[in-house]
Ligand binder design. Sequence first.
Ligand SMILES: NC(=O)c1ccc[n+]([C@@H]2O[C@H](COP(=O)([O-])OP(=O)(O)OC[C@H]3O[C@@H](n4cnc5c(N)ncnc54)[C@H](O)[C@@H]3O)[C@@H](O)[C@H]2O)c1
Length: 368
Amino acid sequence: MRKVKVGIVGCGKISGIYMENINKFEILELAACADIDRARAEEQAARYGVPAVCTTEEMLQNPDIEIIINLTIPALHASICLAALHAGKHVYVEKPLAITREEGKQVLALAKEKGLLVGSAPETFFGSGIQTALSLIENGAIGKPVGATAFMMSRGHENWHPDPEFYYALGGGPMFDMGPYYLTALVQLLGPIRRIAGMTGKALEQRTITSEKKYGNKISVQVPTHVAGTLEFEQGAIATLIMSFDIFGGSDLPHIEIYGTEGTLRVPDPNGFGGPVLLRRIGEKDWGEQPLLPGYKENTRGIGPADMAYALQSGRPHRASGELAYHVLEAMWAFHDSSDNGAYHEMISRCNRPASLPLDLTLYELDK
Ligand SMILES: NC(=O)c1ccc[n+]([C@@H]2O[C@H](COP(=O)([O-])OP(=O)(O)OC[C@H]3O[C@@H](n4cnc5c(N)ncnc54)[C@H](O)[C@@H]3O)[C@@H](O)[C@H]2O)c1
């Protein structure tokens, strides 16, 4: 196994956990970080011991760096991925893969043309929570899955994120922000989606920032903030979904449930790596908490790029793939298109379900 050097572009809020985790994976070495705000890159580099700070251009010219991890805001995901691919780098990008399907397709096409890999968050499905749920479904614990629900009921991000504007601009909104976690988990658990119907709405035209740095600033809401819909999976199951930033009084709806002919599975928050995973089989009054498979229960962001580094050495497929992220991107738009057009969206893209993680691996290794 050869160590693969990676560089991070975008040293904002989410970068810390990547910086903390990357060097825990034997196959990865975090070599440098870059941000348009150099002071921010320097601050994060000092905090997490990143050996070099450079510009994005310098990083792309550095022949030692093989994978670029793109942690910029959604509006820049595609352009920075394309620049990295043009420079001959593999690229792993935070969710969503891109804002538009056209940009997403361009990223996948360029990678294919250049023989490079594209990976994309979320990577939370590598966690013990979703892996355990998957194993229970595959082992018949709920019989044949026939339905599912997925709910992300939130009031938005302007009360905690220092720069929350992007959540209310094109590429933001609850579906593009949180939908990737829920849809990726559903695809992992139930396979690819066949068709989607959606309705969208917006409770507020303007929001007021109450996080510290920009307290009192107004944000004009440019995207739907309440998205509801129905999905039919190729294997026949039908899921009901709500992704919302318009839930001001809170909600107790579960994150994800899968309904089968012999029982119901309650799946943990797909924005985390751990449990609990709960099962209630026909005739049972109470939920039974299921033992989690060994593996990753804590925030292990960075595991997606590590899996990619193994894949590029062995030639096996990587799990958090561009194809999976594109299928999810098409699905996210499908809810909005269906609402605008008053018609089902028949999915065009397909993707393979990512392989489950083998159980006999040492922590922070992804291949034997
Ligand atoms: N914040 C979270 O909790 C969280 C969680 C999971 C995923 N994400 C995803 O991670 C991504 C980043 O989110 P964030 O919250 O860290 O945002 P952020 O605004 O805190 O950080 C983005 C960083 O990108 C930098 N940047 C902007 N333009 C750049 C350019 N041209 N070149 C280099 N750097 C540039 C900014 O200066 C900033 O430091 C988003 O796609 C988001 O959806 C965020």
